[in-house]
Design a protein around this ligand. Structure first.
Ligand code: B1M
Length: 521
């Protein structure tokens, strides 16, 4: 992570770049001060064209637009233009509990939800290309930070974000309460005050007066600045941070009130009780009891949900092994209705059951008939999942042919690959099982397929895949058609050895690779 000096430089950079934005406008119902809101969200449109919908208003947006939205808007989302895609990255800030970040999935095909929490768009501005790159890099930093350190934001990132917020707010011409704007030097003072509260809330000597002394300005000046930028009085803010910490300790530790008070920079036990009661409307003991009770209840509910989830997945797996196709179908539907993720139903329910059958088959504990009925149950369950595994809004993006190679009758894996590919919007010509190399190549030529996909489950039939490659070369289509292979005994080394273009271990990665090949074309 960056050190202190990088942080300052980056902050300045952002400020300068913001000053060179091409164009700026404000939404009609813009609020006066970005920092006045408890929760704020910054959304950067990374690519695409669409609209930002907040309540009943729609604001056109395109790559590079930055939206700043205050808290508590119930109905809010970004929507791509028809048939298009829109990627939006968003960050959520809570002034009291700095920068709780969230990144919307940039790969979302149609829209990204935002948690906008008030009743109007605060402001938006199109950024110039340089600033857009900067903002994007900043989001990257935050994302790395979030992934690697989870919720523990480093000071550098906090500073960058605060700088971004303050400068965007200033650039958007958000007048502050007294009508004057805050200079960069003044915003640094506010920043430092915010940091001091975050770092030194436990120090009872931290007061407005001590900060004023530190910056060689009057206490009333800092107080005015702080209120202008954050919308809160410094003393209120400091108290709320201290009380928050006290609440955290009451909840997460066994410390007594007498031990907690000095840790939170609070003056004495009686005034702590008084403030606690005044601002939280309860006593510390009651608070501790209530949060612990709700934590236990939440834990219990979570455990129950997990048990329920596992129980239905186990039921799917067990009934699949027994070949109860109708029941498996019903259970899969029930799992979907209960909100389980389709991929976990596939992996931990259907495929888990199929793996058990495979092991038993190998050990001669079950025989062909049992395996066949299990396979039927697997196929019926997978059919229910098919529309859910398909990506919403996927466009027709290429044609492929698929089959299980000559001599091989296993088709469950091949069918799954086909299903996933269709879900990605690919057109799939299914040649079935026992497909000869000539049939693969002939179909690719006649139907103008971009990819030939071969599946093999027997070590004895893997060799047919090499013949498919040879046949494609012989027919002169090798430079136009990609050959993808897969199936339990197939490996990456084998793929290289026979000169095929790609090996993928499972249906999902096969579909992704195929889509990538089609996009290359
Ligand atoms: Co057979 N069978 N089987 N079988 N069968 C296996 C494969 C076996 C490993 C069982 C064992 O002994 N443990 C073994 C092969 C041993 C070997 O060669 N290494 C075997 C055998 C020996 C046989 C017979 C020879 C048995 C006999 O008759 N004595 C015989 C052969 C028939 C023939 O094909 N000519 C035979 C018959 C059968 C059934 C007909 C009973 C039935 C097939 C029913 C059907 O498919 N409609 C069957 C089954 C079901 C199995 C097992 C139990 C399950 C296979 C399966 O569907 N798995 C299997 C044991 C096992 O694998 N544990 C076994 C679930 C499926 C989703 O996984 O197909 O691997 P899979 O697909 C995966 C990935 O591999 C990948 O994606 C899928 C999921 O993400 N993938 C690709 C697949 N294709 C891909 C293509 C790609 C990319 C990824 O790009 C193009």
């Amino acid at each position: 992570m960056q050190n202190e000096s990088t942080e300052t430089v980056r902050g300045t950079d952002l400020r300068l770049d913001l000053l060179s934005c091409d164009q700026v406008y404000r939404a009609e119902r813009a609020f006066r001060n970005l920092m006045m809101h408890e929760q704020t969200e910054i959304c950067l449109v990374v690519s695409g064209v669409g609209v930002c919908c907040v309540l009943n208003q729609e604001f056109p947006c395109k790559a590079g637009d930055i939206f700043i939205i205050p808290a508590n808007t119930p109905h809010r989302f970004f929507l791509a233009e028809k048939d298009g895609t829109l990627a939006v990255r968003r960050l959520r800030f809570r002034i009291g509990d700095w920068f709780e970040g969230e990144i919307a999935r940039p790969e979302s095909p149609r829209y990204c939800y935002g948690v906008f929490n008030d009743n109007a768009i605060f402001a938006c501005a199109p950024l110039n290309v340089r600033m857009r790159e900067k903002a994007n890099a900043l989001f990257d930093d935050i994302e790395t930070e979030r992934t690697e350190k989870r919720e523990e934001w480093t000071e550098t990132v906090r500073c960058d974000l605060a700088q971004l917020l303050i400068n965007v707010a200033r650039y958007l011409n958000c007048s502050i309460k007294n009508g004057s704007s805050v200079s960069p030097a003044e915003s640094q003072i506010v920043l430092a005050a915010l940091r001091a509260v975050k770092e030194r809330y436990g120090d009872a000597d931290l007061t407005l007066a001590s900060l004023a002394e530190l910056f060689s300005v009057s206490a009333s000046h800092i107080s005015k600045l702080f209120k202008s930028v954050t919308g809160r009085f410094f003393s209120d803010y400091l108290r709320s941070v201290r009380l928050d910490e006290a609440c955290r300790l009451l909840k997460d530790s066994t410390l007594t009130v007498e031990e907690i008070v000095p840790l939170c920079g609070l003056r004495d036990v009686p005034s702590f009780y008084k403030n606690f009661n005044r601002y939280l409307n309860t006593t510390p003991a009651e608070y501790r009891q209530t949060v612990r009770r709700s934590a236990t209840e939440a834990e219990h509910a979570k455990k129950q949900t997990e048990e329920k989830r596992m129980s239905i997945l186990n039921e799917i797996s067990e009934n699949l092994q027994k070949g109860k196709a109708k029941l498996v179908k019903e259970l899969v539907q029930q799992a979907i209705d209960e909100g389980l993720n389709p991929s976990e139903i596939l992996d931990q329910g259907l495929l888990a059951g199929m793996n058990v059958i495979g092991e038993k088959f190998k050990n001669n504990e079950v025989f062909v008939p049992e395996v066949l009925v299990a396979a039927r149950a697997m196929n019926m369950g997978a059919q229910i999942l098919k529309p859910l595994l398909a990506e919403a809004g996927a466009q027709a993006s290429g044609k492929v042919c698929i089959g299980t190679v000559q001599g091989d009758l296993h088709d469950i894996g091949k069918n799954l690959v086909k299903m996933m590919m269709e879900g990605k919007g690919l057109e799939v010509v299914d040649l079935g099982t026992d497909v000869s190399p000539e049939a693969f190549v002939q179909t690719a030529i006649e139907q103008d397929c971009r990819i030939i996909c071969c599946s093999a489950l027997l070590t004895t039939t893997m060799g047919v895949m090499a013949k498919v490659v040879e046949e494609a070369e012989k027919a002169g289509i090798r430079d136009k058609v990609k050959i993808m292979i897969g199936g339990a005994p197939v490996t990456e080394d084998f793929c290289r050895e026979i000169g095929a273009d790609a090996y993928t271990p499972d249906a999902a990665s096969a579909a992704e690779k195929a889509l990538a090949f089609c996009k290359e074309a």
